[in-house]
Design a protein around this ligand. Structure first.
Ligand SMILES: CCCCCCCC/C=C\CCCCCCCC(=O)SCCNC(=O)CCNC(=O)[C@H](O)C(C)(C)COP(=O)(O)OP(=O)(O)OC[C@H]1O[C@@H](n2cnc3c(N)ncnc32)[C@H](O)[C@@H]1OP(=O)(O)O
Length: 207
C-alpha cells in the first residue's frame, strides 16, 4: 500500500518497506532462562508427531530438527524436498514461512517453558531456496512484554551460506485450555491415549 506523508512525499507502509520497523515494537524484558529449559547443545524432540513443521508422522511435512544454541537461541534445520515446491525446483514461500513459524515457536516454547501461539509472523524472502537445500535457521528470543513474546530468525542456505529468509514474530502465551477448548476431540483423545505423540510437553490431557 502506498500512502502520502504530510509533506506530500511518497512513503510506504511497513508492509512494503524494506526499512525494518523498530524491533521489538514495544518495551520488553529478556527473561532469565527457565530453570527447566534444555541446556545448550540439547537436541529437541518433535513437539507433536503430526505437526506439519516437525512431526515424524507427517510424511510430506518439513521434519524440522532443532538444537538449543544458547540461553536465548535455538538452531533449526530442514531440507527442502520436491513436496515443498512452489516454482519448479524452488521452495514455496508459504512453506518457508511455516518453517520459521515452527523454528520461532520452538524457541519460545522450549526456552520459556510456556505454551504460546503465533499472533503475527512477518517474513522477508531475500534469495530463492532450491530443492535439496538444507535451510539452517537461527532463532532468537528477543523480549517479553506480559503475554507477548517477540522472536526473530534468519535462515541460511547451509550453515555458512548466505541469508535467504528473515522472519520476526509475536507469540502470545496461552493457557493449556486454549488447545483443549479448540482442538478437534478425536485428536485430543488420540494424544490422551498415546502421550508419546507429544514429544516434550509433560502434561496430562484428559478431554
Ligand atoms: C507446560 C508447558 C511446557 C511447554 C513446553 C514447550 C515445548 C513446545 C515446543 C514447541 C512449541 C510449538 C511450536 C509450534 C510453532 C507453531 C505455532 C503456531 O502456528 S500456533 C497456530 C497459529 N496461531 C493461532 O492459531 C492463534 C490464533 N489466535 C488466537 O488464538 C488469539 O488471537 C490469541 C491467543 C493470539 C490472542 O487472543 P487473546 O484473547 O488470548 O489475547 P489478546 O488480548 O487478543 O492478545 C494479547 C496481546 O497480544 C496482542 N496481539 C494479539 N494478536 C496480535 C497481532 N496479530 N498483532 C499484534 N498484537 C497482537 C494484543 O494486542 C494483546 O496485547 P496487549 O496485552 O493488549 O498489549
Amino acid at each position: 500500500m502506498r500512502v502520502r506523508g504530510h509533506n506530500g512525499a511518497r512513503a510506504y507502509s511497513s508492509v512494503v518497506s524494506r526499512t525494518p520497523a523498530p524491533w521489538p515494537p514495544v518495551p520488553t524484558e529478556l527473561p532469565e532462562p527457565h530453570p527447566d529449559a534444555p541446556a545448550a547443545g540439547t537436541d529437541l524432540p518433535p513437539h507433536y508427531a503430526f505437526c506439519f513443521g516437525c512431526g515424524d508422522k507427517q510424511g510430506d511435512g518439513l521434519h524440522l530438527r532443532a538444537k538449543v544454541g544458547g540461553e536465548h537461541t535455538i538452531r533449526s534445520r530442514f531440507t527442502v524436498t520436491e513436496a515443498h515446491q512452489g516454482a519448479p525446483g524452488l521452495a514455496h514461500g508459504g512453506l518457508l514461512a511455516c518453517a520459521f513459524d515452527e523454528a520461532l515457536g520452538t524457541t519460545v516454547g522450549h526456552l520459556l517453558r510456556k505454551p504460546a501461539v503465533t499472533g503475527k509472523l512477518e517474513t522477508d524472502f531475500l534469495l530463492p531456496v532450491p530443492v535439496g537445500t538444507t535451510l539452517v535457521i537461527d532463532a532468537h528470543l528477543d523480549g517479553v512484554a506480559g503475554r507477548k513474546v517477540y522472536a526473530s530468525a534468519e535462515g541460511r542456505l547451509g550453515a555458512d551460506g548466505p541469508v535467504a529468509v528473515r522472519a520476526r514474530a509475536l507469540f502470545v502465551v496461552v493457557e493449556l485450555k486454549h488447545f483443549l477448548d479448540n482442538g478437534r476431540e478425536a485428536d485430543l483423545r488420540a494424544v490422551a491415549a498415546d502421550p508419546s505423540l507429544l514429544g516434550s510437553r509433560p502434561v496430562e490431557l484428559n478431554p
